[in-house]
Design a protein around this ligand. Sequence first.
Ligand code: MSP
Length: 517
Amino acid sequence: MKSFYLTTAIDYANSSPHIGHAYEKVLADVIARFRRLMGDRVFFLTGTDEHGQKVQQSARARGIAPQQFVDEVSAEFRGLCTKLNISNDDFIRTTEERHKRVVRELLQRLFDKGEIYRAEYRGFYSTRQEQFLQEKDRKPDGTWPEIFGEVTEIVESNYFFKLRSYQDWLIDFLKRHENFIFPSYRQKEAVEFLAEPINDLCISRPRERLEWGIPLPFDEKFVTYVWFDALVNYYSAVVDKPEFWPADIHVIGKDILVPHAIYWPIMLHAAGLPPPRALLVHGWWTQRGAKMSKSTGNVLNPLDFVTEFGVDAFRYFVVREMNVGQDSDFTREQFLVRYNSELANNLGNLVNRTLNMTTRFAGGIVPAVEIAEEHERELRVLWEKTREEAIVLCEGFQFHTALERTVIFITAINIYIDQRAPWKLAKSTVPRDAALLRSALGTMAEALRLGATLLQPVMPATTEKIRAALGYTPTAAWRGELAWSPRLNGAQVSPGLVLFPRPEEKQKSEVRGQVPE
Ligand code: MSP
């Protein structure tokens, strides 16, 4: 069995989760579930990034100790994972002892190898924001924006990691591993970043300025720079599980490409550890083109959507809507379009038609298929194509297209039902029509079972509900479950199942099922 280790970025524990955080977890979860279904032994890690200036400031602003502050925020992120049905195997917090120990060991190892040195750091410092500024923070006229208050140039003694001496190694590494970063245009970006000489990385902050961090093992008057601490989480979580190192994929957003593509491989290589196998870099959820973030105030609470539409509808929407790598706008309108057209009217409708008709025309028992004509053959051919394509697409992280293909198949089942019109066949007294009716009912039930199986990585609870309503318990591994077969013959179905009630009609539809045939 192949081991497969994947991670998400660990979220800053300084504010509540938003759609961006939720998306990243769902995306990684879809990969984790897909790999498990494909037979891999998966270890899936997520967690929270709890040290640093911002956390210290947010805790101060609330007048509580940083530890209490991060305990609360981290619990919120953990709760998000539960509500999103995320199948993570571990949740790491950078304030945990198991993590701090590994960070200190790694720092000591690098220090002993001569990879870390002490030097003067010169820069512009904003006392109001308690941070060093960069040239790019200046206004076009060279002055500093109002929010920084008084800015002074200061010189500070700090520790530096010899990033630059590994620049050539990294350039060569990226050449040898063309597919290290997905999508490939992000790999190009990393290569371009390396075209100019890179600076060594300042990895410490004096404790008198920042208390909230991991003290350097070789100089306790300093704490570790938050990125040097945070990145190590991927390693500290599996330090006693060598079969999961190196990581197969780090799932991250495009704003944190540089720490992951540049610092992290070099840190590991310098410490004598193999670098990760791949980075999967997704884009941003925007609102009217602007990045959704706490600071711009345009954040949507993912849990509102989960409460209103159900977890699987949320998972479906974000995976279906975003082409992994690119940005996407998140609007309620677009959510409703997909919810109504693809979930309620297509899949939800199919489920109800199948259950209703099997109940009305076959006493609730799925009949065996006796006749396979053009319509049945076409549907089956489309299924074989859909299954093969969807798997290849998922392997290449093209989940949105895999879902699109699956929706096409679901639509085709609904069209098949219209063509066969079981309600007409049921009125006929011709014996062949009775056989055709049984065949149509058997065909639609099996096609629905297959479509639902293909949706499993994205909508695991929905797949379960559909299986249960079809009176079916899976018996084979996933690939086997994706084979068209007579396994539903004789199954006892439920009379109905409301999966995706229309928001405006929730109450009514709960009583009478979604859409009549
Ligand atoms: N703590 C760092 C990551 C350290 S990893 C060793 C961090 N945290 S974050 O909370 O700001 O972001 C966590 C993840 O959420 C990142 O991958 C980031 O790209 C992603 N997103 C944050 N806002 C986002 C959107 N608006 N859209 C999509 N994802 C974005 O960075």
